[in-house]
Design a protein around this ligand. Structure first.
Ligand code: NBY
Length: 829
């Protein structure tokens, strides 16, 4: 920058202190103004929800101001930008997170107090934004927070589903699904951009045309839908930077086709067009596998096409040729769900921007990277060729062309090894021809990342073995992380204050490695005492929550043992429940003298089952049936309780995690790509009972096995047992508890039969039999440790102290440097 330019820049940014003042009096006035004019309630009489809305709108104003400054700054600096494409974002609530990241929480608290409202109560009024299923979607949300906080010039792109993840209602112990009407009360956190919209095309035919003597392909679409942008500002912590999460909603296209309106059937023509909105109406609630559904494919392309058009338009606003495209843009694909972006970018560059095929492919290979979140080959996305060909005829051609060049390259390299060619082909031959989206992504992306170290090993040796042999340099991993802003600062203010007090600074909120400083105080009695007090307050909050949600009263003196995550056979909630039955059975058979030594437990399970996943639904029912028996057994009292928390989501996690003592992450080794729930518990000083799977292996390195309870077969043992088809004799303790379920001790024996069979008659794929004894040992070790509160507290402090590696700040720093090549671009204050 020349001196003159700098002078100009400074003048521009003199404005940046903003128009809005953050002293309590100004805040009060702003809140009341919004109550009166935005919410349209009298400023003299409004309830908690209206006060929340007024406050949310005043926070939104502050977000918008910073958002403008940040975007203007990015535009001026023109750095390489990262575009983060994900079909799912699990943002949860925004109010607390926003005021904390903006640095105005205390001022708002004062302002509200003077108005006679409580900040906590207002924050409770907000519903969750649940535009995602599970780990993958929450990871996207955590990473957006880190991208903003670390000043990266990034944008997120996603879909604005009208209905997010279903609400789980439990009736008589069974899961029922209900729509999530999250937009019904308005959404102050988004800005509708009626002026930012793109036409997205579907169906139709491809025609050859000659243009300036060149042969061109022209796609004549059969249907056009409009994508309208909704911007969600994402504020960074300790920075002015506020980045954008742009979500697309489908609207009928404004370009009326004369035909349907020409027939005179005006009403039906309008109704017909209105159907366009279904594209963004509902999130698919299955986080297991791809189902070849047309609507899902439409969602994927709709999202990808609008995003790519937006990215290219922004690039062209300030660049006149595509030479620099790859130096200015990195596109990150969250799993293969957005991988249609690859043929879409090539299509736009070739068909619309008149680049050559080679130029377009070179650009695509330089800008795309993808991260995979699955372990099993069945989890990989397939699209039936017929479906793709009818919905997106031009894209199918492009994919075939990419595959043709790739097959030629393979033949050069390996000769005519047809087995290898068919394994690596993007097109899967068979009764139904499919496009393999992972293979497409592998071929074009310059980098594929796994989400933990051991996940990368699996990718290399199993899922993508052939590709690894061809391109070893493409394979990397970035161990997942979670944001300490959401998972400590927002959800556990008590522990936060304590940490800052003992570290003498709150800088750990941006530099999380500073938490290591807690290690030297781990045995300090004063800290230990305060640590237990804070944790107890959190437990009492959880006790009250449980009573509200389930009507059950539990004692905060018990050990709170928690497993919250999506319900899956591989995550083995069934192992947990069978362990609880075993504990119950043992207590029933104890003498009074023995009972006095039992460590009281409150076992808490929460999570949703995909609506079509029968086994997962049976596990939920079993949990309720067992709970019903145990919780009403006067013989057991407070020694054991089993609670199922309904409708688990982000805001439930924010209450449960800080109040738990022990948390379980007990997937069959080799099945969890990473796991991120464990990291949230770790930060909050909760001990882990876990199998040696996914990122737990790296947690063990940071925390030490002596501070955790590790059990179960190791990955290589699981592989060996499966390869040899080895069966072990069912351990007696397990056979006994399975029998109790089988013979109807908890009722519903017919309904539970498949669960029992999965362990006893169908090969025990998830190895509950093998792992049960060591699981019980780990549980016994946890009991022993809990009795010694000094030791337990020390372990708890060491967990928090060693959790720094599992911040998404570390993950994002690695992605920026090693995968995306983007640098911070910090908007001046
Ligand atoms: O991604 C999870 C992994 O199971 C977990 O181990 C990892 O920590 C986390 C973040 O990397 N995967 C996940 O959540 N997957 C999905 O939610 C998902 C959603 C949709 C589809 C497939 C998987 N789909 O096919 O539509």
């Amino acid at each position: 920058d020349s001196g003159e330019e700098k002078g100009k820049a400074e003048r521009v940014f003199e404005m940046m202190d903003g128009f809005l003042k953050n002293d309590p009096v100004s805040l009060q006035k702003d809140i009341l103004d919004h109550v009166e004019f935005t919410v349209a309630r009298s400023r003299f009489s409004f309830d908690d929800f209206e006060a929340y809305q007024g406050m949310a709108h005043s926070v939104r104003d502050r977000l918008i101001e910073r958002w403008h400054d940040t975007q203007q700054f990015f535009k001026k600096k023109d750095p390489k930008r990262l575009y983060y494409l994900s079909l799912e974002f699990l943002m949860g609530r925004s109010l607390s997170n926003s005021v904390i990241n903006l640095g105005v929480r205390d001022q708002y608290m004062d302002a509200l107090n003077q108005l006679g409202f409580s900040f906590e109560i207002l924050a409770e009024q907000e519903g969750d934004a649940a535009l995602g299923n599970g780990g993958l979607a929450r990871l996207s949300a955590c990473q957006m927070d880190s991208l903003a906080t670390m000043d990266f010039p990034a944008w997120g792109y996603g879909l604005r589903y009208q209905f997010g993840l279903f609400r789980q209602v439990i009736l008589d112990g069974f899961q029922h699904e209900q729509p999530d009407y999250w937009l019904n009360f308005g959404n102050p956190w988004e800005i509708e951009r009626v002026d930012v919209s793109y036409a997205v095309k579907f169906y139709g035919t491809v025609e050859e045309k000659s243009l300036n003597g060149m042969n061109c392909k022209v796609w004549i679409p059969g249907e056009t839908v409009e994508a309208v942008a909704y911007d969600n500002p994402i504020p960074g912590y300790g920075t002015r930077n506020t980045i954008n999460l742009r979500l697309w909603a489908a609207k009928p296209s404004g370009q009326y086709d004369m035909e349907s309106f020409g027939t005179g059937d005006y009403i039906n023509a309008v109704i017909d067009r209105q159907k366009a909105e279904t594209i963004s109406s509902v999130l698919y609630p299955d986080d297991r596998s791809y189902q070849g559904k047309e609507l899902r494919l439409k969602q994927q392309y709709f999202f990808v096409s609008a995003s790519v058009q937006d990215i290219i338009r922004r690039f062209k606003d300030s660049h006149s040729s595509f030479d620099e495209f790859h130096e200015k843009i990195a596109l990150q694909l969250t799993d293969t769900h957005p991988s249609l972006a690859i043929p879409e970018v090539i299509r736009v560059l070739v068909d619309e921007e008149q680049l050559s095929w080679k130029e377009a492919c070179d650009i695509a290979c330089k800008i795309f990277s993808f991260t995979t979140h699955t372990v099993v080959p069945e989890g990989l996305e397939k699209i039936p060729v017929d479906l793709l060909g009818s919905l997106l005829p031009r894209h199918l051609q492009i994919i075939y062309d990419i595959n043709f060049s790739f097959m030629e390259e393979l033949k050069q390299r390996f000769g005519l090894d047809y087995n290898r060619l068919s394994r690596m082909s993007i097109v899967e031959e068979g009764a139904v021809k499919n496009i393999l989206m992972a293979n497409l992504s592998m071929v074009v992306c310059h980098t594929v990342n796994g989400v933990s170290r051991v996940h990368l090993d699996t990718l290399k040796s199993k899922v993508f073995k052939d590709f690894y042999e061809l391109w070893p340099q493409k394979f990397h991993h970035k161990t997942n992380g979670v944001t300490q802003r959401r998972w400590l600062v927002v959800s556990n203010p008590g522990l936060c204050g304590l940490i800052s007090k003992w570290l003498g600074t709150d800088s750990w909120i941006r530099e999380v490695d500073l938490l290591l400083g807690l290690r030297e105080h781990a045995e300090n009695e004063e800290l230990q005492h305060e640590w237990r007090m804070v944790r107890r307050v959190n437990k009492i909050r959880l006790v009250e929550f449980i009573e509200t949600m389930t009507g059950m009263k539990v004692s905060p003196d018990a050990m709170f043992d928690v497993q919250i995550k999506r319900i899956h056979e591989y995550k083995r909630q069934l192992l947990n429940i069978l362990g609880i039955i075993h504990r119950y059975d043992c207590i029933k058979n104890m003498k009074d003298s023995e009972r006095r030594r039992v460590v009281p437990r409150v076992c808490i399970i929460g999570g949703k089952a995909a609506p079509g996943y029968e086994m997962a639904k049976k596990i939920i029912k079993l949990c309720h049936s067992v709970g019903e028996m145990i919780n009403n057994d006067p013989d057991i009292g407070d020694l054991l309780k089993l609670i199922f928390i309904p409708d688990y989501n982000v805001s439930v996690a924010e209450i449960v995690i800080p109040g738990s003592d022990l948390s379980q992450h007990i997937s069959t080794a080799g099945h969890e790509a990473s796991g991120t729930g464990s990291m949230k518990f770790l930060m909050n000083g909760c001990l882990l009972l876990a199998t040696a799977d996914g990122s737990t292996l790296e947690i063990i390195e940071e925390i030490g096995e002596e501070n955790m309870f590790i059990c179960g077969a190791k990955i290589h043992e699981v592989n060996m047992m499966r390869e040899k088809g080895e069966t072990i004799k069912m351990p007696l303790e397990l056979a006994r508890v399975v029998r109790m379920v089988r013979v109807g001790y908890f009722g519903h024996e017919e309904y539970f039969k498949p669960l029992c069979d999965s362990i006893e008659s169908s090969g025990d794929f998830y190895l509950l039999g093998h792992d049960f004894p060591s699981y019980l040992e780990a549980q016994a070790a946890a009991d022993m440790a809990f009795v010694n509160q000094k030791k337990w507290t020390k372990m708890s402090i060491l967990n928090t102290a060693g959790s720094g590696k599992f911040s998404s700040d570390r993950t994002i720093g690695e992605y920026a440097e090693q995968t995306w090549g983007v640098e911070p671009c910090r908007c001046p204050f």
